[in-house]
Ligand binder design. Structure first.
Ligand code: FES
Length: 326
């Protein structure tokens, strides 16, 4: 049986039971996707009209297009992001932001277009690929020739422990991206809440810096969670935001309150949300889930990629040899 899907204004016929991604491809429409297994959130789309079999992926009126299947006529919309690209580059700088977080700048051989809030797959030559959110420079202006990542140092991290050691300035890098669905929507104009914990601050910083540079008129609130006050590596970012008129920043720590830092977790310090609010959240998966549920309860829009990009641990796969770039 065939049904009509209207995808971003273009109507196509689709077979019952096809995934939305496959149906769209048959109609020569590319819904951005990556894992195709329901994990990465890159393929999340809106279904404002009609019905689809959501396969348990519904959040508000959004679904994952790689899992959801055609069961009737439906309208599907999604905001476009830059197409997938592959570029090579080399490490331009490695700087310790704290004893737990390293800023890595990669000089790229060709422009890599992405939207703040998205992430890339990054492979240092001789090491397994990792997923890191695009960040922004902490203390300088950004450059189109550089992409910036904030990497959490893990005691057993095969990549993070090599940064500054076996991976030095000049090390070759491959990048693939952009991925992810948690980027700013141009059409949204309501209040914006950006919440993070740990190195989930990387995409939040990228989003907030881009927003400020766009001379926005939105009501921006940033809530940043730390494990302990000693983890506040993002102070230069907060200074930059304050210098540009963004003072609605709350810093919280589970451990204790001190000075500017309030006690608690970011979800406990969110402002009032309503259906006009957009929330972006990144970091600890439990925090992401709690914030998503709070947003869902009042029909606020919530965008989150379901992982902490720079916290990948060594897997069995990682223990296998990795060939250097040719
Ligand atoms: S492509 Fe659908 S969740 Fe990854």
């Amino acid at each position: 049986m065939r049904y009509t899907l209207n995808i971003n204004g273009k109507s196509i016929l689709a077979e019952r039971g096809e995934t939305l991604v496959d149906a769209a491809l048959m109609g020569k429409i590319l819904i951005p996707h990556d894992c195709a297994t329901g994990h990465c959130e890159t393929c999340r789309v809106n279904v404002p009209y009609g019905s689809v079999d959501t396969a348990g992926t519904a959040y508000g009126n959004t679904v994952l297009a790689c899992r959801s299947r055609v069961v009737g006529d439906a309208t599907i919309t999604f905001e476009t992001a830059p197409e997938l690209q592959k570029v090579v580059g080399k490490v331009h700088s490695i700087a310790e932001l704290s004893d737990k977080v390293v800023e890595v700048c990669v000089q790229i051989a060709a422009p890599l277009h992405y939207r703040p809030g998205q992430y890339a797959k990054v492979q240092f030559a001789g090491f397994p690929a990792r997923e890191y959110s695009f960040a922004a420079k902490m203390d300088q202006e950004d450059s189109d020739e550089l992409v910036v990542f904030q990497v959490k140092k893990l005691r057993q991290g095969r990549v993070s422990t090599a940064l500054g050691d076996r991976i030095k300035v000049g090390h070759r890098v491959r990048l693939q991206g952009p991925f992810g669905n948690a980027f700013l929507r141009d059409a949204e104009t309501g209040p914006l809440v950006l919440a993070s914990s740990g190195t989930g601050f990387a995409p939040i910083w990228s989003l907030s810096k881009a927003l400020v540079k766009s001379r926005h008129r939105r009501n921006l609130t940033i809530v940043t969670g730390l494990n302990s006050p000693a983890d506040m590596y993002m102070l230069p970012a907060f200074r930059w935001l304050a210098d540009h008129g963004e003072k609605n920043v709350t810093i919280v720590s589970r451990e204790m309150a001190s000075g500017l830092i309030r006690k608690g977790t970011p979800d406990q310090h969110l402002p009032d949300l309503d259906q006009t609010t957009s929330v972006h959240v990144a970091g600890n998966p439990n925090l992401v889930e709690r914030v998503k549920q709070k947003a869902l309860a009042v029909n606020a829009h919530c965008y989150a990629d379901p992982f902490t990009p720079s916290q990948n641990r060594m897997s069995l796969w990682d223990r296998l040899p990795v060939w250097p770039f040719s």
